[in-house]
Ligand binder design. Structure first.
Ligand code: CTP
Length: 403
């Protein structure tokens, strides 16, 4: 779980240090964005050391990859944003869509859950303008942690004191458990390349790393789904809590897919399944002394996804299309011929996309022809986007808008 902690300018900023420590203890990844005023209350260095990540302050600073669009990359990275302390100013800016520094801009670019822990003087806290802003944001789905009563920095006593860090962490955990939006869903995913043996030591394969399939599995599990991951050989390790079935050949992958397919609500075929296999496997190891030329006859493998398309009843089917040219046309024809609901097309000639990379530049084509051209993103972010689509597909299905 990636948490972006926004710190704004209030004396309670000193509590944010403890908040980061508690969040890290829970196993969350934490990145911090501070407003310029916040840095007058507590040093960015403290936050950097505790979060073990770079602290972001300037809208025009670079992110870790050197891109000058930190607000977008931070918004994509985060699963949840917590603002503690949240001043009247940030609440007001958020309520009015003001984006004039890194934190407020990131908030506008962020689509997930936002928790605000206000801290201010009691008169400000009870100011009807501030109350209106809070109510407006709550209606829009923002979460607020009520302030406690206590001594305030201004010397007065009353409401306006920021909730204590353990309470904020408790709130975060509760929200996470509620945001299990794929709970009860069974998601079957294939990943990686298959290996088709030529003899006992050689095989035909491709450059697929399995990263996209594993990212999908991880996101689905985080969102509460039951995940079955069928993976070809890869260097990636099993993800805790995910039933990972390791296979070598396309035939074995097919066998495993149809062991689980009937029960699945979604099947995502992210594996680069070998289209052909040697017609026969040579015994032992082929020795080079014995021949100058070897004729390797290849036979077509079963198209697993196409078979799933023929067998499908309730399942949402998602395929990938690895293309070197005519990206949209080829992907669309695969979507139709394999009876898919969505196809994720990527141009594998790009260096930053496709096999082995951590990022992907994809186009998603829906069954109705609708096309979504996503910018270059990490495979994890692409996975999140795909599950947002799946989530809304389920919602439309339950409202009877998709049969
Ligand atoms: N696929 C599959 N079984 C195969 C081949 C492909 O399940 N034997 C799935 C892949 O997992 C992917 C989709 O089909 O989701 C498209 O794979 P791709 O390699 O792009 O296309 P192919 O259908 O194999 O066609 P071609 O290689 O001719 O482009």
């Amino acid at each position: 779980m990636n948490i972006l902690l926004g710190i704004t300018g209030g004396i309670a900023a000193y509590k944010s240090a403890e908040l980061i420590r508690l969040m890290k203890k829970e196993g969350f990844q934490v990145k911090v964005v501070m407003t310029a005023n916040a840095t007058r209350f507590i040093t960015p260095l403290t936050m950097e050391v505790l979060s073990e990540n770079k602290v972001y302050i300037d809208l025009f600073s670079e992110d870790e990859r050197g891109y000058r669009i930190s607000h977008i990359s931070l918004a994509r990275w985060a699963d949840m944003v917590v603002i503690a302390p949240a001043t009247a100013n940030i609440v007001s800016k958020l309520a009015h869509g003001v984006a004039d520094d890194l934190l407020s801009t990131t908030l506008l670019a962020f689509q997930g859950s936002v928790i605000l822990a206000p801290a201010m003087n009691k008169v400000m806290y009870n100011n009807p303008i501030f109350r209106d802003n809070i109510h407006y944001l709550m209606k829009k789905g923002y979460h607020f942690i009520e302030t406690g009563k206590g001594s305030l920095a201004c010397g007065e006593y009353g409401e306006g004191r920021m909730a204590e860090p353990p309470q904020i962490v408790g709130f975060v955990k509760e929200l996470i458990s509620k945001s299990n939006d794929l709970k009860g869903k069974k998601i079957l995913i294939t990943a990686g390349a298959t290996r088709e043996p030529i003899d006992q030591v050689r095989f035909i394969s491709n450059y697929s790393s399995g990263k996209m399939g594993f990212a999908l599995a991880e996101v689905a599990q985080k969102r509460g789904a039951e995940v079955i991951l069928i993976s070809g050989p890869t260097f990636l390790e099993d993800i805790e809590g995910i039933n990972t079935v390791r296979v070598e050949t396309a035939a074995k992958m097919r066998e495993q897919v149809f062991t689980y397919f009937k029960e699945a609500d979604v099947f995502i075929s992210a594996a680069a399944v070998s289209d052909f296999r040697p017609a026969r496997q040579f015994e032992g190891k082929i020795k080079k002394e014995e021949q100058n030329t070897i004729h390797l006859e290849l036979k077509k493998n079963v198209d697993i996804l196409k078979e799933a398309g023929e067998k499908k009843d309730k399942q949402i089917l998602i395929g990938f299309a690895a293309e070197v040219k005519s990206l949209k046309e080829n992907a669309l024809s695969k979507l139709e011929s394999k009876n898919l609901d969505y196809i994720i097309a990527n141009d594998i000639t790009r260096e930053d996309s496709g096999f082995g990379t951590d990022t992907n530049k994809v186009i998603i084509i829906e069954r109705n022809g609708n096309t979504i051209d996503l910018p270059l993103m990490s495979k994890y972010e692409v996975a999140k986007y795909i599950f947002d689509l799946i989530k809304s597909h389920f919602e439309r299905q339950s409202k009877g808008r998709i049969v």
